[in-house]
Design a binder for this molecule. Sequence first.
Ligand SMILES: NC(=O)c1ccc[n+]([C@@H]2O[C@H](COP(=O)([O-])OP(=O)(O)OC[C@H]3O[C@@H](n4cnc5c(N)ncnc54)[C@H](OP(=O)(O)O)[C@@H]3O)[C@@H](O)[C@H]2O)c1
Length: 359
Amino acid sequence: MKAALLKAFGSDLSVETLPDPVPGTGETVVDVVATGVLPYSNEVFSGERQYLLDLPAVPGTGAVGQVHAVGPDATRLAVGDWVYCDPTLRSRDGAPTPDIALHGLIARGDGGLRLQRHYRQGGFAERMLIPTENAVPLGPLDPADAGRWCALGVLLVPYGGLLAAELRAGETLLVSGATGHFGSAAVAVALAMGAGCVVAPGRNERVLADLVRRFGPRVRTVRITGDEDTDRALMRRAAPGPIDCVIDLLPPAAGAAPVRTAAMTVREFGRVVLMGGVGMAGDDDLRLPYPWLMRNSITVRGQWMYPPSAGARLVGLVRSGLLDLTEFDVTEFDLDDVNDAVAHAATAGGPFEQTVVRP
Ligand SMILES: NC(=O)c1ccc[n+]([C@@H]2O[C@H](COP(=O)([O-])OP(=O)(O)OC[C@H]3O[C@@H](n4cnc5c(N)ncnc54)[C@H](OP(=O)(O)O)[C@@H]3O)[C@@H](O)[C@H]2O)c1
């Protein structure tokens, strides 16, 4: 099969012929039709992000394709089924704290590295080997739409945070980073889950206006100033009542101050979920006042990715019409042009923009 290989950080991907994967017990091989390209892939492949990725490897995170072959213990998947290849690889011998690697992207710790070395080939390939439980059935679909279904990879991240926050229908959510790649997806998913109102702060008026154009009056935008007290007051004023939940999806470059501003808008007994990258570049960490947390009985939790059941549940939101994948503008590249795809993704990683490689 043809696959794009990263041999060293800082080098281009090279498209080569590799042996076809063969499924063992508990494994499935998928014919890849489309794979999403993360906007910051270039920073991972250059080594700038210092992600734990054992090379050489075939990158590519979150593919859509058709089942090519299943291991002997698969009881439901059939050859030809359309599936989303959930990139969150979890060890099976580590419950309740499995080791985790994100397929073709990053490992967490030594255990994650062991997983990554076995599942060394991500979605920039004609075929990929995945754990059978990571094959999320999509139902029948038009192959022309496979690239659009890769948006599940963007939507699943905030879905994980909103499940962790136990967001309930009718509640008010504030999305910190609502104008970003993952933050805008959080707005869409929260509304699909029945949020009564989503407060969307940001500095870019054009992107804020676009969120309202897409989703209507349940989105309340706030043009932030950079001053913590002023912005917190503006955010609270934009909400129709107390803010029940806050989800943060800001990148490292934003720094801790806007995260704190957003987090501290939450009501007494409110929930704050942290999913962004603040502090990961070694900059200032988030400091939340102990008395504020204690007196207001605030819950703060971090969330990496999402639970194993999230993929099927998110597909349900799409299939029911609650979540509309046609919001996404998809730009597609052949596998031979994978380096162009990575460069394009870096410049087109805004809200509802999706770059895809089609092997
Ligand atoms: N936890 C997980 O499972 C998980 C999974 C995937 C990704 N992530 C993380 O998610 C984070 C966000 O990724 P992304 O690709 O969505 O980032 P992104 O698109 O680059 O984020 C842009 C957002 O950050 C805001 N921003 C940037 N600098 C700011 C500042 N100084 N003050 C206030 N707002 C600022 C932008 O607001 P303006 O519109 O005002 O510029 C915009 O809303 C990353 O750190 C990534 O590592 C986490």
